[in-house]
Design a protein. Structure first.
Length: 317
């Protein structure tokens, strides 16, 4: 008997039938039907009772029956070795440095040559004190601002640069983003974490947030794994045109038992960065708690054509 089966037996009792490669059937603790109808798929970590329709990820179901301890054991011992997965000795991270001609913008706030950068950032709804907090730099010659990222030990690990001229192009440090977490020093894993797309969304929200610098997250990334490891609640704040990606991301986290919410944009006319000062309050008032029923309804309504057709999809790490 595998460790996974032992853990499931401890939580649900002896299985009635099982195929070690696929499904295991237990008596349902919810509807208590006299025949076994609770099916657990050991490949996809999905649970479904064919009698009462109780369903969800194995982690969510275990929490419902009061066995969070088993959920943690499965995460640690079966899904992956959580104690070793973050071994920094196995990850090569390039060490960046601030390029030449970039100067700390806040130190130059009285210099006329730097006023255009100040005005640009303020016009993007980033408050002046955030220029200091995020140590924003500016290159007068190239017309570019630079936002650096620091790891949990305050070591520079990445940076984003953006032109403030008409082309608005980004040039970022040549680093694989799955290896780093942007400004990890500023994250409290014990509080809800707001996940944004862009750097300006992140700075405007400015409340235990992290930018993806894109609209997807790799399930092998350090950010994904740290959220799973710390069981951090998350709020997915992707742009309105990325609803399918937000739902797919929600499903990936939900399948690991993470409490997920995402933004319902139907009552919001602007992206996070364009909302400005009240962004956090508006986002909080328009969050929807995610579960698999939401995804199914979206699929039936034709909103999620690009998502996997599998109801319970367990990401591979």
């Amino acid at each position: 008997m595998t460790d996974l089966i032992k853990n499931l037996v401890e939580a649900f009792g002896e299985p009635e039938t099982y195929d070690i490669k696929e499904d295991i059937t237990f008596m349902c603790p919810f509807c208590k039907h006299p025949r076994p109808h609770l099916v657990i798929n050991v490949k996809k970590f999905g649970v479904h009772c064919w009698s009462c329709n109780e369903h969800g990820s194995i982690y969510a179901i275990l929490r419902k029956v009061g066995r969070s301890d088993i959920s943690k054991k499965i995460k640690k011992e079966v899904v992956y070795n959580i104690d070793n997965i973050f071994d920094d000795n196995n990850v090569t991270v390039k060490k960046p440095f601030i390029p030449d001609n970039y100067r700390i913008l806040y130190q130059k706030h009285n210099c006329k040559l730097y006023q255009i950068a100040f005005a640009y950032i303020i016009n993007r709804n980033v408050k002046e004190e955030k220029i200091l907090k995020y140590n924003i730099h500016y290159n007068v010659f190239d017309g570019r601002i630079l936002i650096p990222s620091y790891d949990k030990n305050f070591n520079l690990n990445y940076y984003v640069t953006r032109s403030i001229r008409k082309n608005n192009s980004y040039i970022n440090f040549d680093q694989d983003k799955i290896k780093i977490i942007f400004n990890e020093w500023n994250i409290d894993w014990n509080k809800k974490l707001y996940i944004t797309e862009g750097i300006f969304d992140y700075m405007v929200l400015d409340n235990n947030a992290v930018p993806l610098l894109g609209s997807t997250i790799n399930t092998k990334s350090r950010l994904f794994k740290m959220i799973i490891k710390n069981e951090t609640d998350i709020a997915i704040c992707l742009d309105p045109d990325a609803e399918d990606k937000a739902l797919k991301m929600s499903e990936d986290f939900y399948s690991y038992g993470i409490k997920v919410s995402y933004v319902d944009w139907k009552n919001i006319k602007e992206d996070v960065a364009d909302i400005g000062e009240n962004a956090l309050d508006i986002i909080e008032n328009n969050l929807i708690a995610y579960d698999t029923e939401i995804r199914i309804k979206k699929e039936l309504n034709g909103y999620s054509k690009n998502m996997s057709s599998c109801r319970y999809s367990h990401p591979i790490i």
